[in-house]
Design a protein around this ligand. Structure first.
Ligand SMILES: Cc1cc2nc3c(=O)[nH]c(=O)nc-3n(C[C@H](O)[C@H](O)[C@H](O)COP(=O)(O)OP(=O)(O)OC[C@H]3O[C@@H](n4cnc5c(N)ncnc54)[C@H](O)[C@@H]3O)c2cc1C
Length: 388
């Protein structure tokens, strides 16, 4: 058994690090912090220009044909550095769906723009009354000649204000079982009838409510079969499973380590000699390693031609729940100083523990809540029955 990712991955990791040291500037970080938007167009286009946006895609589509371990190595660097990556993640997920299920015209229209960093695509699944039970979506699409007319509302359409298209899950047949009456479309966002309202989360992250009022979309932008949206969604989710995890924990632990090395307690003893500080750091470091390895297992499965299933749920669940634990633990360790936010001159390590405490809450929700991940692991992993 070899836990290393290999020489090619190591070399590609170095390329990612070099890119990040030149392009993840203080200005990019400040823009993310002040707007809560985890996408930056200049950074995104530069990433594409350096072959780091979609390196795993075949060369015919503009990628470099790199394997899943190389892709993971570079993605780990982007995540650990805290780079703006939301736009890349959703765009590549939809691009993969189009590559596998789209028409030739859709591939010609969308893929070159998506892979060159010129457009981003966001996800419009969740609704006010349909989140975990995504198949309960009510946003209606009704056919009118060669077009469809869309009416409804989506919740948490992250990055809609930056995006060119939303990958929209709609109800096209209300008469059949809920999974059987869904259809997906690529809906251009910059058109009449689309309204985007910002929603700011507890961590200051920006997401959106999106409203669709008699929005017209050509049938050529339908992805997959009419009423075949559930199959399209299933294909889409399989591409979400090889993403790195643990980057947020890596940054948090590193900052706490630096604090322990550089500061002393009330009696002048270095924090790095305090058994309580060491215990907290040691526990967090071990958890962080587990998180990284669970995600690497998914990439290894992908690399071996096997689609990760419950392994992806385990990685996502462990990453978000351990980040939640670590953040709370470090806020507690820092005492009153731990609840000072970035911007306060007295905040420790720019308030990273306090920010992480708020940010971790969202990570246990998006991409499937912790309860849903645990259900998947118990049912598909252990083989327990679904509740009737
Ligand atoms: C910051 C952020 C960004 C997001 N970005 C996007 C995006 O870009 N696009 C998008 O479409 N969505 C996005 N989401 C939405 C996210 O995927 C949903 O919030 C999530 O799927 C949960 O849905 P819900 O909020 O409706 O909660 P609900 O499904 O109503 O769940 C409420 C609670 O009940 C629990 N629960 C529900 N069903 C079960 C069950 N069967 N068993 C046990 N417990 C259950 C849940 O775990 C949760 O604790 C985002 C969310 C956040 C917070």
């Amino acid at each position: 058994m070899d836990f290393r990712l290999g020489e090619r991955s190591d070399a590609f990791r170095v390329k990612a690090k070099q890119f990040l040291s030149g392009h993840l500037t203080d200005e990019v970080r400040e823009q993310m912090r002040s707007t809560g938007v985890h996408h930056n167009w200049d950074f995104h286009r530069a990433r594409a220009a350096h072959g780091l946006l979609a390196p795993g895609w075949p060369e015919e589509f503009g990628g470099e044909g790199r394997d899943a371990l190389e892709v993971l190595a570079s993605a780990e660097e982007f995540q650990s550095a805290g780079a703006p990556t939301y736009g890349v993640g959703t765009t590549l997920m939809v691009a993969n769906v189009i590559r596998h299920l789209g028409t030739e015209d859709q591939k010609r229209l969308i893929l070159p723009q998506a892979l060159s960093g010129d457009i981003i695509i966001v996800l419009g699944f969740t609704e006010p009354e349909a989140g975990s039970d995504v198949a309960a979506a009510q946003t209606r699409a009704v056919r009118d000649g060669d077009e469809w007319v869309i009416n409804g509302q989506k919740m948490f359409t992250t990055n809609a204000q930056e995006a060119d298209y939303v990958f929209l899950l709609t109800r096209t047949n209300p008469e059949v079982a809920k999974h059987k009456g869904l259809t997906t479309f690529l809906v251009p966002l910059r058109q009449a009838g689309v309204e985007i309202q910002p929603v700011i989360t507890v961590s200051g992250e920006r997401t959106n409510l999106t409203f669709y009022s008699d929005v017209r979309v050509d049938d050529s932008l339908r992805i997959g079969e009419i009423d075949g949206g559930w199959h399209v969604m299933t294909v889409g989710l399989t591409f979400e499973r090889s993403i790195p995890q643990g980057g947020d924990s890596v940054r948090l632990i590193h900052a706490m380590e630096q604090w322990a090395l550089a500061s002393v307690d009330d009696v002048g003893r270095p924090r790095s000699e305090d058994p309580d500080v060491l215990a907290r750091l040691g526990r967090a470091a071990a958890e962080c390693e587990v998180t990284i390895l669970l995600a690497r297992r998914c990439a290894w499965l992908h690399h071996s031609g096997i689609l990760p299933g419950v392994e992806g749920s385990m990685a996502k669940l462990f990453a978000s729940e351990s980040l939640t634990r670590q953040s709370a633990d470090f806020v507690d360790m820092l005492g009153p100083d731990g609840i000072r936010s970035e911007g306060d001159a007295t905040a420790i390590a720019e308030g990273i523990a306090e920010y992480s405490y708020r940010y971790a809450l969202g990570t246990t929700t998006y991409g499937g809540t912790s309860e849903i991940q645990r259900n998947i692991i118990a049912q598909r992993g252990l083989g327990l029955p679904r509740p009737s």
